[in-house]
Ligand binder design. Structure first.
Ligand code: SF4
Ligand code: SF4
Length: 388
């Protein structure tokens, strides 16, 4: 019997011109079988973009508004009448992040309403392998179907953030800090992320890779045009295609490894069917070997942490000093304290120990390397590096 492969659709899209994006998103969803294969029009839908923090659309920090609007328009055209969209950022609110992208809380978009995602509700999950309950934003519990509209970005802790990582935003702001404390390395943290997927079972994953983020992601990296939109019902396969595009070993990404181990999907190229679709042409999507696709559309120079040493470091604590840690660049620091306030460690793993006239200082014994400080620094003053 032939093994069923995870299908990933790739649609070229050179920029964020709204009609172009709409056509590409429509084509990608069509190539996966159309919205009718994922949901019924009468179901309540929550669309979950990546809204890490309030940021300009062209900064590549968030899912681009053109992609989000295209998804909402397609849901409207399909006949969905109960659609909400939102995220719970680590810093500030989802509403502010959406306003920065041109949305308004009092103005529905193609009939869809903005979801504040600020009130949390407990959801029991007895089948959980890491957590037996999650505290999700209320809108998550009120949705029948979740559509994950993630962004292709680097991530200091997890190396990359794509489809699997994006659902962390279903937890409300402060809850995220507690999960970081409870799951302090990328392996266990990835397992918790996979459990979130197993709990809420999103129906569809769309990756905004028109302009990705490389370097100091997920909040302070450099926009990198990749010219693609990716679609799948398998978030691990989608992230594996992300890895292929940046010529990165998918096995170095814990969301892939744990995602496959916990039955969420596959990162193995031989179990992924990549189809290349042409915007506007619904009739045909062309199968393409993943390596050929990566050579044609990918970028081997994409700036990301490809080192394999962390795999060793995880098992040999004596080498932990060689793993990447947050480093503050004093010349860029404005001493705002946002990094300190976001550190989830009790008693804080960084503080203004030298006074407020100086940058905060790390406590290397306490730091769990969650990189929440790096994610939230508004000055891009924190990067992943090595402590002397
Ligand atoms: S958040 Fe950034 S700018 Fe603010 S104190 Fe921390 S390192 Fe400095
Ligand atoms: S100092 Fe930064 S990386 Fe270390 S635990 Fe605190 S927020 Fe996480």
């Amino acid at each position: 019997m032939t093994e069923k492969k995870s299908r990933v659709i790739a649609v070229p899209c050179s920029d964020y011109e709204p009609e172009k994006v709409y056509e590409a998103v429509r084509t990608g969803i069509r190539a996966l079988g159309g919205l009718e294969s994922f949901l019924r029009p009468e179901e309540r839908v929550l669309v979950k973009p990546n809204l890490l923090k309030p940021a300009e659309a062209d900064s590549a920090v968030t899912t681009h508004p053109s992609v989000l609007r295209a998804v909402l328009r397609l849901l409207k055209e399909y006949g969905c009448t109960s659609v909400r969209f939102g995220d719970s950022p680590g810093h500030d609110t989802g509403t502010h992040a959406l306003e920065r992208l041109g949305f308004r809380s009092d103005e529905p978009v193609f009939g869809a309403c903005l979801a504040p995602m600020s009130e949390e509700v407990r959801v029991d999950f007895p089948e959980g392998m890491t957590e037996k309950e999650f505290w999700f934003a209320r809108e998550v519990t009120e949705a029948d179907a979740i559509i994950n509209v993630c962004k292709m970005k680097t991530h200091a802790m997890m190396r990359v953030t794509g489809a699997v990582k994006n659902l962390f935003g279903l937890l409300c702001g402060t809850r995220k800090a507690r999960e970081h404390l409870k799951f302090p390395n990328d392996g266990v943290f990835a397992r918790m992320l996979v459990d979130i997927h197993r709990c809420v079972k999103p129906r569809l994953h769309i990756m905004d890779a028109v302009v990705a983020m490389e370097g100091n992601g997920p909040g302070a990296g450099t926009p990198k045009p990749m010219g693609l939109l990716l679609f799948s019902i398998d978030p691990v396969a989608l992230d594996a295609v992300f890895c292929a595009l940046i010529h990165m070993d998918p096995e170095t990404v814990q969301t892939n490894v744990q995602g496959e181990a916990m039955g969420l999907g596959t990162w193995h190229a031989e179990r992924i069917e990549l189809l290349l679709a042409t915007p506007g042409d619904d009739a045909y999507a062309d199968p393409m070997p993943l390596d050929v696709f990566a050579d044609t559309f990918g970028d081997p120079d994409f700036e990301v942490d490809r080192k394999k040493t962390d795999l060793l470091v995880r098992s040999l604590s004596v080498l932990a000093r060689f793993s990447r840690r947050p480093v503050i660049h004093a010349e860029r620091c404005i001493h705002c304290g946002i990094c300190v306030s976001h550190c989830p460690v009790p008693g804080k793993a960084l503080s203004f120990r030298n006074g407020k006239d100086h940058p905060p200082v790390y406590d290397r014994k306490k730091c769990i390397r969650c990189f929440c400080c790096q994610e939230m620094c508004p000055q891009k003053a924190i990067t992943a590096g090595y402590w002397k």
